[in-house]
Design a protein around this ligand. Sequence first.
Ligand SMILES: [Zn+2]
Length: 155
Amino acid sequence: MTRESVQPAGRRGTESGVFWLGTRATTSIVRVVAKPVGIGVIEEPWQWSVSAELYAAVAAYARPRDLTLLAVVHTHLSPRVPRLSPTDRTRGLKIKDALAIIIGCAGGELDPARWGWFVYGPSGYRSLTTGEQAKRITMTTEPTEFVDIKAGRPS
Ligand SMILES: [Zn+2]
């Protein structure tokens, strides 16, 4: 579902991304895939970023539902195993234990082991080992909710 939502942008030749919201636990479960849309979203060939207002809108959506922002997932156009760009490091989420996940091939890479996995900690983002990736987060087989998030209009 995440890949389907970011691939239209990939076909346009730009990066794209979504937020994974859920409950944080030893292994967190993704309950909601939230796609930021509209003002404040930058989808360009070498950059995907969202404004502070959109992060706030995501938080406003999550809080009353007891959801935590687990990960920011975005695409890179290159088929190589992704690394965080300088923009990703400076503009990304800066919350302890939050994950930054990057899917290569503009969202077309199927194998999560070939995605870029990073976690935010005291010294910034670091790579997750393959073993940690599986332990940290899981997509349920139950239907995950899918929502669009607009700045200034959390609903
Ligand atoms: Zn990036």
